[in-house]
Design a protein around this ligand. Structure first.
Ligand code: PAF
Length: 292
């Protein structure tokens, strides 16, 4: 099936064999392949990933699949926005040429039994708060990477821990696709773009700004030469508490292992997860020790 916008066309593949045929045709025509895996509800952050892929490759595959195995909360899965027609137009306009939009049975056919686990990174932060989330995510990403067989796959840095897990499994399982992280895209007021933002009420949207404001405040503290993780985290927590957010974590972790650190003495990630109204949001900033 072809979907056409005023300027672009995108081939929609709903089955593995349709996907393979479309990717094989691109390869036969000598084109390299970029891949952007998504769960749909596309926003400007996804469009940036697709544009980055299109800058580097003649063919860009986007997958649109709300993966049930990575949701540890049935309500979250049920309420996850599904906007396929909008997604196809956004993807095509940004430069995607093939959309893989499979059913659950196509991704997990009868008898599917393998679970991919990303090791110790998955026990920290999101892994501790969302049991099974990373196993489901890593399993579907490995399956998608093996189906698409792209040269490069693109992941947003807003999900920094997800990116680290994907890098781990791709390295360990010798998957032939290179993984490229892409900077978080923010609204002009600082809110990190997320498919879940559409579920924020106007009031909650204002309260949600505490995440990015807190991260910026903590960044200023670190840039000022502060090394104590607790002091840096306090600058973030002050904003979260000021907005009365229910915080799961606001923690400085080692950028490679995602284990909490006491001192900012290496590349770190300051990561936050908080619930605003009905929506759980995550965000992060990378921090390095200030030059002395
Ligand atoms: O980040 C997401 O949207 C999902 O976790 C991903 C990588 C598409 C796997 O379902």
């Amino acid at each position: 099936m072809l979907v056409t916008t005023s300027t672009r066309r995108i081939t929609v593949a709903r089955t593995v064999s349709e996907l393979r045929a479309a990717v094989d045709a691109a390869r036969s025509a000598g084109r390299s392949v970029g891949f952007v895996p998504t769960m749909g509800a596309l926003h400007a952050g996804h469009a940036t990933l697709v544009r980055e892929a299109a800058r580097q490759h003649g063919t860009v595959v986007i997958s649109i699949f709300v993966n049930p195995t990575q949701f540890n909360d049935a309500g979250d899965l049920q309420n996850y926005p599904r906007t396929e027609q909008h997604d196809l137009l956004v993807a095509a306009e940004a430069g995607a040429t093939i959309a893989f939009v499979p059913s659950v049975d196509e991704v997990y056919p009868h008898g599917f039994a393998t679970v991919v686990s990303g090791g110790p990174i998955t026990e920290q932060l999101e892994g501790a708060h969302r049991p099974g989330h990373f196993d489901g995510m890593a399993t579907v990403v490995v399956r998608l990477l093996n189906l698409v067989r792209a040269d490069v796959a693109y992941f947003g840095r807003k999900d920094a821990q997800q990116l680290a897990v994907v890098e781990q499994v791709v390295r360990d399982l010798a998957i032939g696709t290179r993984i490229q992280g892409v900077e978080t895209v923010r609204e002009p007021d600082g809110l990190a773009m997320s498919s879940r933002n559409v579920r924020l009420s106007a009031d909650d949207r204002v309260r949600a700004l505490a995440l990015s404001r807190g991260l910026r405040a903590a960044q200023r503290v670190a840039d000022g030469g502060e090394h104590s993780a607790r002091t840096i985290e306090s600058a973030l927590r002050a904003e979260l508490d000021g907005a009365s957010l229910a915080t799961d974590y606001a923690t400085l972790v080692d950028a490679a292992t995602f284990r909490p650190v006491d001192v900012l003495d290496r590349d770190c990630v300051l990561a936050v997860a908080a619930t605003v109204g009905p929506v759980r949001l995550i965000d992060n900033v990378r921090l390095a020790p200030a030059a002395s």
